[in-house]
Every structure is written in structure tokens, then in C-alpha cells.
Design a protein around this ligand. Structure first.
Ligand SMILES: Cc1cc2nc3c(=O)[nH]c(=O)nc-3n(C[C@H](O)[C@H](O)[C@H](O)COP(=O)(O)OP(=O)(O)OC[C@H]3O[C@@H](n4cnc5c(N)ncnc54)[C@H](O)[C@@H]3O)c2cc1C
Length: 412
């Protein structure tokens, strides 16, 4: 048994590490020099940034467990009870057993009219039991449950756009409800902010374990094609071809589709995609945001993050009014928006705009997602787009990788 994993994102690395730990020989092929895929560290002006600021939630149990296990930094992330500060709206999860922590948090929140607040509490409590027969857009669901515009603007829309990376007019209510339900359980709504770059957060540590267990990781090695032969799966790379008994395609869907072209029964839908833009601004180190994470609903940026030492990351999720703006325009608009939060903000020392055009699949109503076990024996799909209750997230990616590894381990 020899397993090939194509793609060293969070899905591929979770799969490969689990296989290696089960004593199964595994080889990871990664086209890039860096591990992490859409969640990776990038070097800029001597600092390691990320290809995009990421937020994890307390309900990302599989991802957090893998980080704890693999990351050799003592405190790889900051975990805090949910605190939302979006324009004039402000809420804190209270130190109460769930779901009372959030329901009372909302009751004592500031910035919502009483009717909007009570409506939001009723809806949040209902999400625990709400089951939709038919999927619909999040906007339609909120309307159906009488959510006031103020609650939509300050609470539901920012939560939906950051969790699903899809505008509420298109986003799947079923997936949104799944995320809200998990957030209501335990400390599922905790905000977890990485304190190290995203490659160091998990993939680099996972790589060490894979190598220690005898596995291989071939970076800068793109797989150009895959096919089934009598000996097994043959993978073509610039350095020749390789044969494996099992294959996990752990790439983004558009790449998996190309790699699966010799397997006509493996159907990978043509997804629509959503962008995410992160604008990093470096200021003198005394410049701070009043909170580690601040939301906004009126401008381009949805969230601002204080990364410490004068580094501020502004995130614009999903499609919207920023599409078509140049990098220079984005940078100057973000400077103006940050100045509204920090009135004596100086000019930045530098800014770096990272535009991920296909950050995630668009988590639309009734979006079709392929199963991880394919109809071709021993061929699996891992990745944030595969069938699962989560939208395109680190947790969805990790869960898919773990599931593929477990399915293979069970065949021994
Ligand atoms: C800017 C941005 C912000 C985000 N914010 C959040 C967030 O706050 N919270 C959250 O949970 N999620 C967030 N996400 C989503 C999250 O990053 C992804 O869901 C997750 O990283 C996907 O992991 P994956 O392993 O499925 O795929 P990928 O990370 O895409 O990994 C696939 C890998 O396959 C490699 N590959 C592709 N083709 C080949 C080939 N032919 N041969 C070899 N290798 C190949 C690629 O180089 C890549 O490394 C964000 C994503 C982006 C881009």
C-alpha cells in the first residue's frame, strides 16, 4: 500500500499526517515551494504575513486539535470568547453555560433597537432546532424569521459573509444554520486568531511528523496528470511518473477537475468562486486598534485585525463594491477607513494588498459538493469543497483530509 496525496493544503496535510501516523507509506506532491495552499505564510519586507488573514472558531475542533499536536510554538493562537464590535453594535459572549452565553450576550448587547434585539435572540435560539426542508438564501431566511434591517446589517450579514464568504442574497441558509448551531455548542463561538503564520500553524509541523514516520513531501512538484494502470495510480510529474495503490486528490476543485480528467465517472462540479482581499498596513509599532478585531458594515473592509507591532490587516470578504478597484485605490480606501477607527492614524510605512480571486467556492443555495469517496476504487477527494456541513473553511478542509485517511486506513 502506497498512498499519494496531491496538494499540501490543510486537507492534504491532515490526510497525509494521519496516514503516516497509522504506519501507511505516504507521499505528498505539492506544486508550490510552500506548504499550506490557500492558508500559507508569505514573506514581505522581512515579515512573514499570510496570503489572507484567517479567523478560526472554537467549533473548529479537528483543526484546533491538529494545531495543538503539531505546532511547536508555545502559544500558536489567541482564543477568546466571542466579542463582536461592528460599527455601533457591540456584543460579548457572557460567562454562562451555552447557549445562554450568546443569548444573554445578545440581550445585553449595545447598538440594536429593542425590537431588533429581541427578534435576533428569538432567531438565534431557534437555530438550535431549526431544520430546513428546502435550502434558501440567507437573506430570505432572515426575512422569513422577521429579522429587522438593523440586526441584518450589524449582525447576521457580517457573520454570514465572514463564515460563508458569500453575500446573504446568494448564501445557503442550510450551511449558515449549520455554522450557527455549532457556534451555540460548548465554546464553539470562541474566536481563535493565529499568532504565527498559517504555514507554521499546522502544515510545517505536520510535515515534520510525516517525514519522521518515513513519508515523503515533494514540494515544487506539480502533478500534471493521473491515470489508472494495472499497477495502480500513475502520477505524472516533471521528474517522471510514480505509481501508488491509493490516491487522494487534495487540491482546490478547479485543479482536482483537471487531475480527474482521466476518470470520467468522478464528477467535480464547476463551482462559482468568491474572492477575499487582505490589505496589510504597517505603521509605527505604537499604532494600535482599540480591539484585536473590529468589524465594519459601511465601508469596503468587513474586519480589521490588530496583528501587533503596528501591523493592521483589513479583510474584504466575497464579491462586492471593491471589485474592479486597483491595488492602490484599495490601499488608500482602507487607510481612510482605518482612520475612522484610529483618528490620529499616521500614514502607513507600507501596505501590501493580497487578492485571492478564488479564495473559496461560492456557498450558494443548493450548492452541489462531491463525496469524498469516489466511484473509482481507492481514489478519494479531499478539500474544503467536498461534501460536508461546513462552508469552505480550514475546518472543512481538515475534516475532509481526516475522513479520507480514515477510509483508507479502514481498508487495511
Ligand atoms: C484569503 C483567504 C482567507 C480565508 N479566510 C478563512 C478564514 O478566516 N477561516 C477559514 O476557516 N477559512 C478561510 N479561508 C478558506 C481556507 O483557507 C480554505 O478553505 C482552506 O485553506 C482550503 O484548504 P484545502 O486543503 O482544501 O485546499 P488548498 O489550500 O487550495 O490546497 C490545495 C493545494 O494543492 C496544490 N496543488 C494544486 N494543484 C496541484 C498539482 N497539480 N500538483 C501538486 N499540487 C497541487 C496547491 O498548490 C495547494 O497547496 C480563507 C481562504 C483565503 C484564500
Amino acid at each position: 500500500m502506497r498512498v499519494a496525496v496531491v496538494g499540501a493544503g490543510y486537507a492534504g496535510m491532515a490526510a497525509a499526517m494521519t496516514l503516516a501516523e497509522s504506519g501507511i507509506p505516504v507521499t505528498v506532491f505539492e506544486s508550490s515551494k510552500t506548504l499550506g495552499g490557500r492558508a500559507r505564510g508569505i514573506k514581505y519586507k522581512g515579515v512573514i504575513l499570510d496570503n489572507g488573514q484567517h479567523i478560526l472558531l472554537g467549533c473548529y475542533v479537528e483543526t484546533l486539535a491538529l494545531i495543538e499536536k503539531t505546532c511547536d510554538v508555545e502559544k500558536p493562537f489567541v482564543r477568546m470568547p466571542l466579542a463582536l464590535d461592528i460599527d455601533h453594535f457591540s456584543m460579548r459572549a457572557l460567562p454562562l453555560p451555552p447557549p445562554l452565553d450568546l443569548l444573554f450576550g445578545l440581550l445585553f448587547s449595545k447598538g440594536l433597537a429593542l425590537s431588533a434585539k429581541l427578534g435576533a435572540i428569538r432567531f438565534l435560539a431557534l437555530t438550535k432546532i431549526l431544520k430546513l426542508e428546502k435550502d434558501m438564501a440567507v437573506a430570505a431566511l432572515l426575512e422569513l424569521y422577521g429579522q429587522k434591517k438593523q440586526a441584518v446589517d450589524c449582525l447576521w450579514e457580517p457573520l454570514c459573509v465572514s463564515a460563508l464568504n458569500t453575500p446573504i442574497a446568494k448564501a445557503s441558509a442550510k450551511v449558515f444554520l449549520a455554522v450557527l448551531k455549532d457556534g451555540l455548542n460548548g465554546r464553539g463561538s470562541d474566536i481563535v486568531l493565529p499568532d504565527v503564520d498559517l504555514s507554521s500553524l499546522f502544515p510545517n509541523g505536520a510535515a515534520k511528523i510525516i517525514l519522521k514516520k518515513g513519508g515523503s513531501i515533494l514540494t515544487s512538484t506539480a502533478v500534471s496528470a493521473a491515470r489508472k494502470t494495472d499497477e495502480g495510480f500513475e502520477l505524472m510529474t516533471e521528474n517522471g511518473s510514480h505509481i501508488f495503490s491509493h490516491l487522494i486528490l487534495a487540491t482546490a476543485p478547479q485543479h482536482a477537475k483537471k487531475l480527474a480528467r482521466n476518470f470520467p465517472d468522478v464528477e467535480i462540479p464547476d463551482f462559482a468562486y468568491q474572492p477575499i482581499v487582505t490589505i496589510y498596513s504597517r505603521y509605527p509599532e505604537q499604532v494600535r486598534l482599540p480591539k484585536k478585531m473590529i468589524g465594519a458594515s459601511q465601508g469596503l473592509a468587513h474586519w480589521f485585525f490588530d496583528r501587533g507591532d503596528g501591523l493592521i490587516a483589513a479583510v474584504i470578504s466575497a464579491e462586492g463594491k471593491h471589485v474592479g478597484l486597483s491595488q492602490a485605490e484599495l490601499a488608500s480606501r482602507i487607510q481612510a477607513e482605518t482612520k475612522k477607527i484610529v483618528p490620529d492614524l499616521p500614514l502607513p510605512l507600507w501596505q501590501k494588498v493580497v487578492h485571492e480571486k478564488r479564495a473559496t467556492f461560492s456557498c450558494d443555495v443548493d450548492v452541489r459538493r462531491p463525496e469524498r469517496m469516489t466511484s473509482v476504487p481507492d481514489l478519494y477527494l479531499a478539500g474544503d469543497y467536498t461534501a460536508g456541513s461546513y462552508p469552505a473553511t480550514l475546518e472543512g478542509a481538515v475534516a475532509s483530509g481526516l475522513a479520507c485517511a480514515r477510509m483508507i486506513a479502514e481498508t487495511i
